[in-house]
Ligand binder design. Structure first.
Ligand code: ADP
Length: 574
C-alpha cells in the first residue's frame, strides 16, 4: 500500500512539475505575444490619427480651393461675407483673409485691425504667399506666430480673375483645434500622450509637455545622448516604427510609437508615448488568469491524488478487515476442531470406560444369578429351607431386572441417535405419571430408609405425552436420587410455571460438582466414572431422559450443590 501511495504521490508531483513548467513557458510566450499585440494596436491608433490629420487638411484644401474660385470676381468688400459663411459652417478656422497681389492683407474675418493693410512680411505669411503664387494651387504651411506658444497651419489658395493673379486667399487653423479634433482623444491621459514633431525635430504639439512646443526636443527636453534623443532622431529618419526609452523626469520606461503624415510640402511625425507598465499590466492580467488556472489544475491533481490514495487505503482497510475476519473464522474453526477433537477423545475415553462398565454390569447380575442358582440347587432337597429359596429367587429377579434395564437403556440410546424412538402420545395426567413412578420406587426407598414425598398443588395436570416414557424418565430420576442419597428425603413437585407444567425431582444427596453439571446429560458420562466408582450405573439414564423430554418438546436441566443435594427440573411445553 505504502509503495502504491508513493507511486501516486510521485506521479502527482511529476504532473505538478509539468503543469508549472508548461505554465512558465506559456507565460513567456504570452508576454511576447501581448507585447507585440499591444504595439500593433498602438501603431494602428497612431496611423488612424495620421490618416485623420491627412484627410482633415485634404478636405480643408478642397474647400478653400472652392472658396478661392467663388471669390475670384468678388470685390474686397464682399469677400468677408463668404468668409463668415465658411468660418461659421466649418468652425475650424481661427481667421480667414485675402492678401492682394502686392502682399498686403486687404480683408479678413474676423476683422483684425492690426492685420488689415499689413504687409505679409510682418506676419509670417510670406512663405505661404510665395508658395501659392508659385504653385498656382493650394499650399499649406505651418509656423509659430510671434508671441504665441501654439503652432498654426495656414492654407493658402491663389485667386485669379480672368487669368490675372489677384492675390492669395488664406485660412488659419490653430494647432489647438487640430489636436482637439484629432489628437487629444487617441488615448486616455493615464494610458499615454500624443506629440507631433516636425521633420527638423521641432515640437509642433505635445499633449503632456506644452512648454516644449516650438522648441527642439534635443537640447531643451532631453540631452543629446539620452534614450529619448535617440528616439527623436529615429523618428525623424524613419517613416514608421516603435522605440523604447526612459523618461528622464519620471524615470519610467516608455514606448514611443510613431508614423509620419505628409501633406503638401509639409512633413509631420505623429507619435504616441505610452508607459511600458501598460503592457506589463496587460501581461499580469493574463498571468493572473493563468496562475488561477494552474492553481485550479494543481488543486485538482492534489485532490484527485488524495481521492485515489483514500480509495486505495479504503480498499486496503477492507482487505485487511476481510483477512482479519477470515483469520478469526479460521481461528474459530481451529478452536472448534480442537474442541471436537477433545470431545472425540473424551468420547473415546468414555466408550472405553463404558465397555469395562458394561462388562462389569453384565457380569455382576449374572454372577449373582449363578450363585443364587447354585444355592437353590443345594437347597432343592431340603424342603425346610423355604425362606432362603425365596430370597435367592428375589436376587435372581432383581438382577435380571437390572440387566434388562441396562439393555433397555442401550436400546433407547441407539434409537434416540438413529431417530427411531417413536412416542405414543395421548392425553395423560402428569399427576398419575408421578404417582405411578413413586409407587414403583417405594419399595427401594423403604429398603434404603429414605422417604419420598409428592408435593402437588394441582389435582390433575393434563398433557399430551407418552405415558410409559414419562414414567421411565421419572423412575430414572428417582432411582438416581435414591442411589446418590444416603439419608434425608426425596421430594417430587408438580406445578404450573408461566402456564407450563413443571416437574422437579429433588434430593438431599451427594450433589454434583459445578463444573460437571453441563456434562451429566451426555451419554456414558459419570461424575466419578472409571474403576474407582462406588455407585453402579451405565451413564446412559440421563441421556435417555433428556432425549425423551426433548422429543416431547420440553427441556430438562439440573441445579446442584455438593453435599447438599440435586434438583432436576423438567419443563413441558403445555
Ligand atoms: P448412571 O446410570 O451412572 O446413574 P445417569 O446418566 O443416570 O447414569 O447419571 C449420570 C451421572 O450423573 C451419574 O453417574 C452421577 O454421577 C450423576 N448423577 C445423576 N443423578 C444424580 C443425583 N441425583 N445426585 C448426584 N449425582 C447424580
Amino acid at each position: 500500500m505504502l509503495c502504491r501511495k508513493n507511486t501516486i504521490l510521485v506521479a502527482a508531483a511529476l504532473l505538478i512539475i509539468i503543469v508549472v513548467s508548461l505554465g512558465y513557458i506559456t507565460n513567456q510566450e504570452i508576454k511576447e505575444l501581448v507585447g507585440q499585440q499591444f504595439n500593433k494596436q498602438q501603431q494602428l491608433l497612431v496611423r488612424q490619427s495620421a490618416i485623420g490629420v491627412d484627410s482633415f487638411f485634404y478636405d480643408r484644401s478642397i474647400l478653400i480651393k472652392k472658396l478661392g474660385n467663388d471669390i475670384s470676381n468678388e470685390s474686397t468688400e464682399d469677400m468677408p461675407r463668404h468668409f463668415v459663411y465658411f468660418s461659421r459652417t466649418l468652425k475650424c478656422y481661427s481667421c480667414m483673409g485675402f492678401i492682394n497681389d502686392t502682399g498686403i492683407i486687404v480683408t479678413s474675418y474676423p476683422v483684425t485691425q492690426s492685420w488689415i493693410y499689413t504687409n505679409i512680411s510682418e506676419t509670417g505669411l510670406s512663405r505661404l504667399f510665395d508658395c501659392a503664387e508659385k504653385k498656382g494651387n493650394v499650399c499649406i504651411t505651418t509656423y509659430l506666430p510671434e508671441n504665441q506658444d501654439n503652432f498654426r497651419s495656414t492654407i493658402g489658395m491663389p485667386v485669379y480673375s480672368n487669368n490675372t493673379f489677384r492675390g492669395v486667399l488664406f485660412a488659419n487653423i490653430e494647432m489647438t483645434t487640430i489636436s482637439e479634433w484629432l489628437l487629444d482623444d487617441v488615448v486616455s491621459e493615464e494610458d499615454g500622450y500624443v506629440y507631433v514633431i516636425s521633420e527638423s525635430g521641432q515640437c509642433l504639439y505635445d499633449e503632456a509637455h506644452k512648454e516644449i512646443i516650438g522648441k527642439e526636443y534635443i537640447g531643451n527636453f532631453c540631452d543629446n545622448d539620452s534614450s529619448f534623443a535617440h528616439v527623436i532622431k529615429k523618428q525623424i529618419k524613419e517613416k514608421e516604427g516603435t522605440c523604447y526609452y526612459l523618461d528622464e523626469y519620471t524615470k519610467e520606461p516608455r514606448i514611443a510609437i510613431y508614423t509620419s503624415v505628409e501633406f503638401d510640402d509639409t512633413d509631420w511625425i505623429i507619435c504616441l508615448s505610452v508607459p511600458e507598465a501598460k503592457v506589463e499590466k496587460l501581461v499580469y492580467s493574463v498571468y493572473k488568469k493563468q496562475i488561477l488556472f494552474i492553481v485550479i489544475v494543481i488543486s485538482s491533481i492534489i485532490f484527485g491524488s488524495g481521492i485515489i490514495i483514500s480509495m486505495f487505503s479504503k480498499w486496503n482497510k477492507e482487505l485487511e478487515m476481510e483477512v482479519e475476519s477470515k483469520t478469526v473464522d479460521l481461528r474459530r474453526s481451529n478452536t472448534e476442531l480442537e474442541t471436537a477433537n477433545t470431545k472425540l477423545k473424551e468420547l473415546d475415553r468414555l466408550k472405553s470406560e463404558f465397555i469395562s462398565m458394561v462388562s462389569h454390569e453384565l457380569r455382576t447380575p449374572l454372577t449373582s444369578i449363578k450363585l443364587s442358582l447354585d444355592v437353590l440347587k443345594i437347597l432343592s432337597d431340603h424342603k425346610k429351607d423355604e425362606n432362603t429359596k425365596e430370597e435367592m429367587l428375589q436376587i435372581i429377579e432383581r438382577n435380571i431386572d437390572r440387566q434388562n434395564r441396562l439393555i433397555g437403556d442401550l436400546l433407547d440410546v441407539s434409537r434416540l441417535e438413529s431417530g427411531n424412538l417413536k412416542l405414543n402420545c395421548n392425553p395423560v395426567d402428569l399427576i398419575d405419571i408421578i404417582k405411578e413412578s413413586v409407587e414403583s420406587m417405594r419399595k427401594v426407598a423403604e429398603d434404603k430408609g429414605i422417604r419420598i414425598f409428592v408435593d402437588t398443588q394441582e389435582d390433575s395436570m393434563p398433557i399430551m405425552a407418552d405415558y410409559d416414557r414419562l414414567v421411565q424418565v421419572l423412575v430414572n430420576l428417582i432411582n438416581n436420587a435414591l442411589k446418590f442419597t444416603r439419608e434425608g428425603e426425596i421430594c417430587i413437585q408438580a406445578q404450573m410455571v408461566n402456564g407450563h407444567p413443571q416437574v422437579t425431582v429433588s434430593d438431599t444427596g451427594i450433589g454434583i460438582p459445578h463444573d460437571e453439571l453441563e456434562f451429566i446429560f451426555d451419554k456414558f458420562y459419570q461424575v466419578d466414572g472409571g474403576s474407582s466408582r462406588e455407585f453402579g450405573g451405565s451413564g446412559l439414564g440421563l441421556a435417555v431422559c433428556k432425549g425423551i423430554i426433548e422429543q416431547h418438546g420440553g427441556s430438562i436441566r439440573v441445579e446442584s450443590e455438593i453435599g447438599k443435594g440435586s434438583r432436576f427440573i423438567i419443563q413441558f411445553k403445555s
